[in-house]
Design a protein around this ligand. Structure first.
Ligand SMILES: [Zn+2]
Length: 82
């Protein structure tokens, strides 16, 4: 389970109103719905929420489609062998 958290971790920075500067953020899974997941971004300085991200099922399908697929070998047509 801890491995999943590492996969979701993104080392990005967002502006924090409390710290009044761009701070590195922590991504936290906030809510899981049947068709989407909601992520919360927490400031690593003051732990306040600085943003949210929504990942829909469509985004996941797109990511899967973009992944490299195994190459198919061409099949020689039958009946052409002399
Ligand atoms: Zn902050």
């Amino acid at each position: 389970m801890s491995q999943q958290q590492f996969e979701n971790f993104t080392a990005s920075s967002l502006y924090c109103a409390k710290c009044k500067t761009a701070m590195p953020v922590r991504e936290r899974l906030l809510l899981v719905l049947p068709d989407r997941e909601l992520y919360d971004y927490l400031c690593t300085g003051c732990a306040s929420s600085v943003g949210q991200r929504e990942v829909t099922a469509g985004d996941k399908l797109m990511a899967r489609a973009a992944a490299p697929r195994p190459r198919r070998r061409a099949i020689a047509p039958r009946g052409l062998v002399p």
